[in-house]
Design a protein around this ligand. Structure first.
Ligand SMILES: Cc1cc2nc3c(=O)[nH]c(=O)nc-3n(C[C@H](O)[C@H](O)[C@H](O)COP(=O)(O)OP(=O)(O)OC[C@H]3O[C@@H](n4cnc5c(N)ncnc54)[C@H](O)[C@@H]3O)c2cc1C
Length: 464
């Protein structure tokens, strides 16, 4: 980055918050995906005014900006693939207000999701979205990706809790959309346009979130199956029967073994699949739902069902769920996490197709995910330096996307599009839908400087 730009950035935020040494820039070149892009400079603003100043400077000088939270993204949204400025938002990390009467939390984007959930819980309320990365990821990143999590099956995803946003536009202007009272705003719902826009339309600087009642009690169950399809069938049967558990997580055999090897918590390593199920609510309702869940799982051939009797036992099971990523990361150095989401009635077909694809391309693939939402995470465990295998990986991913769409699903349940899935987005939106998205992007960001190369600003892959 040229010295005058560094000087101008330093005058805006202070020299200590502008990093232009290669070793610092490399630290900001990647996220939880496997490709990287080194920014020319990293800037760490501490206020909305500073962000406005940086964006105006970038607009004037034609410099790309990549917003960044905790960089746990699984589609590459925070990777500065076009260089330019990496805008680290983690200094804006204040919980500004938890309004218990109106049940609204006002936060800055760099607040860590678990920190908010704990503060809300201490105030006697509940913020349900719980991405498995919640100990490190930020609310800004959650908004930008519309993050989900295990509780999504009952409580919905981040979008369902966003009442309003304050956003710095690519011009450097500041707008507020929605409102902290009921989220309503005259005209189109701009808030929902920005949620899930992956930092391509604006930089979120303040967030108003809806809070709900804490559930009175909850229970965790582990159901063991001899086939992955039986586990998937239990999920669709359970949902069709009208019982909506709080969570319905699935893990296949390879995942179970990887986690057990890593954590030693006593998971059933011989099982082909397990379901981790939580039910919450009033005590009498929880008992009733638990009995129903057990009956359905038995009907779908569960070979064993364990109910956690203590908080410790339940915690152990949830620790196992959260350990999937690090555990699988030990099997092979490159972990490519997909996010295929299909209608829940298609879950048994989808798990069958995933296994067929793994066999066809001779790849090590684990399957886990938020099955209650139809959101599966087939993860390919590979090595990016094995070029021959990487070619098979690419073909397998294309086939996975094709099959997800054939089954009526979406390419991204919660991880977003980023650079990873951008070439395939048009397969889902269709040509006209893609053109509309491009028009929206072009009118909000006519210079194309905000998070370029991501989502609808990438070149589409030919549909074959
Ligand atoms: C182990 C593991 C488990 C995970 N589990 C889940 C899960 O259960 N559910 C789920 O949904 N995701 C999950 N993820 C993915 C990831 O944690 C989420 O996408 C999360 O929302 C990203 O937050 P972040 O702060 O790390 O954002 P980053 O990765 O830094 O950025 C993500 C995107 O948001 C944009 N962005 C960040 N902050 C802002 C802002 N203030 N304004 C505008 N744009 C911004 C970036 O440009 C980028 O496009 C998991 C990831 C890992 C590594």
């Amino acid at each position: 980055m040229r010295p005058p730009v560094i000087e101008e950035l330093s005058s805006l935020v202070g020299r200590e918050y502008v990093m232009d040494k290669l070793e610092d820039r490399i630290c900001y070149s990647c996220d939880a995906t496997f490709r990287s892009g080194v920014p020319e400079v990293v800037v760490r603003p501490g206020s909305v005014e500073e962000i406005m100043g940086i964006v105006r400077l970038a607009s004037r000088r034609g410099i790309p900006i990549t917003p960044r939270g905790a960089s746990t993204g699984l589609s590459g949204g925070a990777v500065p693939i076009k260089g330019g400025i990496c805008l680290d938002l983690t200094r804006l990390n204040r919980i500004l207000e938890i309004d218990v009467v109106n049940r609204v939390a006002t936060v800055e984007p760099g607040v860590i999701t678990d920190d908010l959930a704990s503060a809300v819980s201490r105030a006697g309320l509940f913020y349900p979205p719980d991405p498995s990365s919640s100990k490190v990821c930020t609310i800004g990143g959650n908004i930008a990706e519309c993050a989900g999590g295990p509780r999504g099956v009952k409580y919905g995803v981040t979008r369902d809790y966003v009442l309003g946003l304050e956003v710095v536009l690519p011009s450097g202007d500041l707008v507020q959309v929605g409102n902290p009272v009921d989220g309503e705003m005259s005209g189109p719902d701009w808030t929902m346009l920005l949620v899930g826009s992956e930092g391509t339309l604006g930089i979120v600087t303040r967030i108003f979130l809806r809070l709900v009642d804490k559930p009175a009690t909850k229970k965790t169950l582990l159901a063991v199956f001899e086939t992955l399809e039986d586990a998937a069938t239990s999920v669709s049967t359970l949902i069709a029967s009208g019982t909506i558990p709080t969570t319905l997580e699935i893990m296949d055999n390879l995942t179970i073994r990887a986690v057990e090897d890593y954590l030693k918590v006593g998971l059933p390593v011989a099982a082909e699949a397990i379901l981790l199920i939580e039910v919450d609510g009033a005590p009498s309702a929880v008992e009733k739902h638990c009995d129903h869940v057990i009956a359905v799982c038995k009907r779908c051939n569960a070979s064993d069902i364990q109910v956690a009797e203590t908080e410790d036992q339940a915690d152990k099971l949830w620790r196992a769920r959260r350990a999937i990523s690090p555990a699988c990361g030990r099997i092979n150095p490159t972990k490519i996490s997909e996010d295929a989401t299909v209608p829940r009635s298609q879950l048994p077909a989808m798990v069958r197709r995933i296994k067929e694809i793994a066999t066809k391309y001779d790849l090590k693939m684990v399957v886990f995910g938020h099955a209650g939402d139809g959101n599966l995470h087939p993860n390919i465990l590979t090595n990016k330096h094995n070029l021959e295998e990487m070619q098979r990986v690419e073909r397998a991913i294309e086939e996975l996307f094709r099959c997800t769409l054939e089954l009526g699903g979406t390419l991204s349940g919660e991880h977003g599009i980023g650079y990873m899935k951008a070439p395939f987005l048009e397969w889902e939106t269709g040509r006209d839908g893609f053109a509309l998205a491009r028009q929206v992007k072009d009118s909000v960001d006519p210079k194309g400087l905000l998070n370029p190369g991501k989502m609808f600003s990438a070149i589409s892959q030919q549909i074959t």
